[in-house]
Design a protein around this ligand. Sequence first.
Ligand SMILES: [Zn+2]
Length: 90
Amino acid sequence: MTKKSIDFFKTSNMAVEINIMRCVHCEGEFYELEDKELDDCPLCGNGFDEEPVKEAYDSETYTLIVDHKTGIPSVIRNDEYEPVTKEPTL
Ligand SMILES: [Zn+2]
């Protein structure tokens, strides 16, 4: 697979931070965005009066970017892209 290239110096971007959580009621695992916690379990529907357990955290896999011409955001998989490295300016 040939990787697409992306220049992060010209593409505004931020890491997509995803938590893998485990519900204290049904023991089910689900994903949510860091700092954007769900109020109820998406699997069993019980409210989180007791906080779900954070099993894992991932900020390495996906990046949110915005097209500087159109303003259209998209999420990319980091391993499908080769970052363009900045040429050193002398
Ligand atoms: Zn649950």
